[in-house]
Design a protein around this ligand. Structure first.
Ligand SMILES: Cc1cc2nc3c(=O)[nH]c(=O)nc-3n(C[C@H](O)[C@H](O)[C@H](O)COP(=O)(O)OP(=O)(O)OC[C@H]3O[C@@H](n4cnc5c(N)ncnc54)[C@H](O)[C@@H]3O)c2cc1C
Length: 437
């Protein structure tokens, strides 16, 4: 397989907080992921915004850009996630039983069992605008506002973005006209800040019909309206909010298909695209987690269908019962009720067998991301046994079984845990079998 042909469990389109959070959870749950981002970098919409994140729990005063860097670094070091930057989906089609196939704008092909679309929002525009430059949208304005020459500034809109920018720009010395078709919809703490601005810096036009025309040239803007006639401005921003960017969803749904998510076809949406009541970094991350869990459930359901198909062909020589075994894994763990067991870890030995059910004798390819990686199984056993002190070997065996049963494709688990040095003359072990054998 060349690097231009990827086969993964899940393709995630859009690497904002929602897409990255979904990709992270999926890879932690053992799925292979392709993360496709049309910008040249992860978290592109956040990575040069310098807004302090008092809103994000645990990150007071961290800037949006710093958060974006931390999230990107986490994704880049996460095993099991392949990242395609500067690419988007050019063609998509679904072929059962394999799932989805994509061709990206660089010619890469991606096969995936399920797809998450997390393409966020796109700014609503003003139809009657023409000329050599376009008005700022919210994102451009926040990025550039600190460096703009002071002048006459027209802000169209009445939501949080419009009012926050009006306050910022007036404080920076601009003469701001805030023009809203309806009454202001911004949060009251923002509206209150308008009262503190010098009158000469702020002109409010509230509940007024929008201008007829905005025309730009290299020197600035001519704005025409019935109520105010022809006016000149140095800068204009259109802050009409955003709408879900459904372009990739439309592509997946096909020209005649429904535009919403198609869970029955393995298509899920996450983040701002899903129409969050309050779109922000925190809700996007939470949404990524929920979507990853939905995808996990969906893939496991699909896998059961595959197994049923394979099961009906059990007499065919093409498949066999597969078991993954780890034997003699030794390390120290905090387990036991005796005083010396509470004080210090003791050596234990773990054997584990994982029933992977019927599997083709010839795997569909030779790719580690399509099988259960035994390095991950080994690490999970160590992590579960060393996370904290437990009293009973039975509890430890139960924890390990429960965790291993969550891994994709695992039907049954057998675990044996031995206390190697509990007595001078013998070892003591607990065996536990769970799930299907
Ligand atoms: C100016 C501005 C300031 C903001 N400030 C804050 C703030 O201070 N705090 C806060 O919590 N929230 C803030 N937000 C909101 C926050 O940025 C979003 O709610 C959050 O980023 C949503 O995450 P998401 O992953 O759903 O979408 P996005 O972050 O929008 O990510 C979507 C990703 O998909 C990519 N994409 C789009 N189309 C395609 C395609 N066809 N193929 C591949 N990739 C594609 C985009 O390039 C982008 O990287 C702000 C938003 C804006 C616009």
């Amino acid at each position: 397989m060349t690097d231009l042909a990827w086969q993964v469990d899940v393709a995630v389109i859009g690497a904002g907080p929602a897409g990255c959070s979904a990709a992270l959870w999926l890879s932690e749950m053992g799925f292979s992921v392709a993360l496709v981002e049309k910008a040249g970098r992860l978290l592109a919409r956040l990575d040069d915004l310098q807004l302090p994140q008092n809103w994000v729990l645990g990150a007071p005063a961290t800037s949006t850009a710093d958060l974006a860097r931390q999230y990107a670094a986490h994704i880049e070091m996460q095993p099991g996630i392949r990242i395609a930057l500067g690419e988007t989906v050019a063609e998509a089609w679904r072929s059962r039983p394999d799932g989805w196939r994509f061709v990206t704008t660089t010619g890469r092909t991606i096969k995936a069992g399920a797809v998450i679309v997390a393409t966020g929002l796109q700014a609503r525009t003003f139809g009657a605008s023409s000329g050599s430059i376009a008005p700022f949208d919210a994102q451009q304005l926040v990025r550039q506002r600190a460096g703009l020459p002071v002048g006459r500034f027209l802000l169209l809109g009445g939501g949080d973005n419009a009012v926050e920018n009006a306050v910022y720009l007036a404080r920076a010395g601009h003469a701001v006209t805030l023009w809203s078709r309806d009454r202001l919809r911004a949060q009251s703490y923002l509206i209150r800040q308008l009262d503190s601005l010098p009158l000469a810096r702020l002109c409010l036009r509230i509940a007024q019909p929008m201008p007829e025309r905005l025309v730009s040239d290299m020197t600035g803007w001519q704005v025409e309206s019935v109520a105010y006639g022809a006016e000149s401005f140095d800068h204009v921003a259109v802050l009409f909010g955003n709408a879900p960017d459904r372009r990739v969803l439309r592509l997946l749904a096909g020209a005649d298909g429904a535009v919403e998510a198609l869970p029955q076809a393995g298509v899920f949406v996450a983040g701002d695209l899903s129409g969050r009541w309050h779109p922000c970094i925190s809700t996007a991350i939470a949404d990524g987690v929920e979507t990853a869990k939905q995808v996990q459930r969906w893939l496991q359901h699909e896998l059961q269908h595959d197994r049923a198909r394979l099961g009906s062909a059990i007499s065919a020589p093409a498949s066999g019962q597969q078991t993954l075994s780890l034997t003699g894994l030794r390390f120290a763990a905090n387990v036991g009720i005796l005083a010396h067991e509470r004080d210090a870890p003791q050596p234990i030995e773990v054997d584990a067998e994982l029933n992977l059910g019927p599997q083709p004798l010839a795997p569909r390819d030779d790719d580690i991301t399509h099988v259960l990686d035994y390095r991950k199984v080994r690490q999970i056993i160590i992590d579960e046994c060393t996370a904290r002190h437990v009293n009973l070997l039975e509890s430890l065996a139960g924890k390990v079984c429960a965790r291993l049963l969550q891994l994709p494709g695992v039907q049954g688990v057998r675990v044996k845990i031995v206390k190697l040095e509990i007595f001078d003359d013998c070892a003591v072990a607990i065996r536990l079998a769970a799930g299907n054998w």
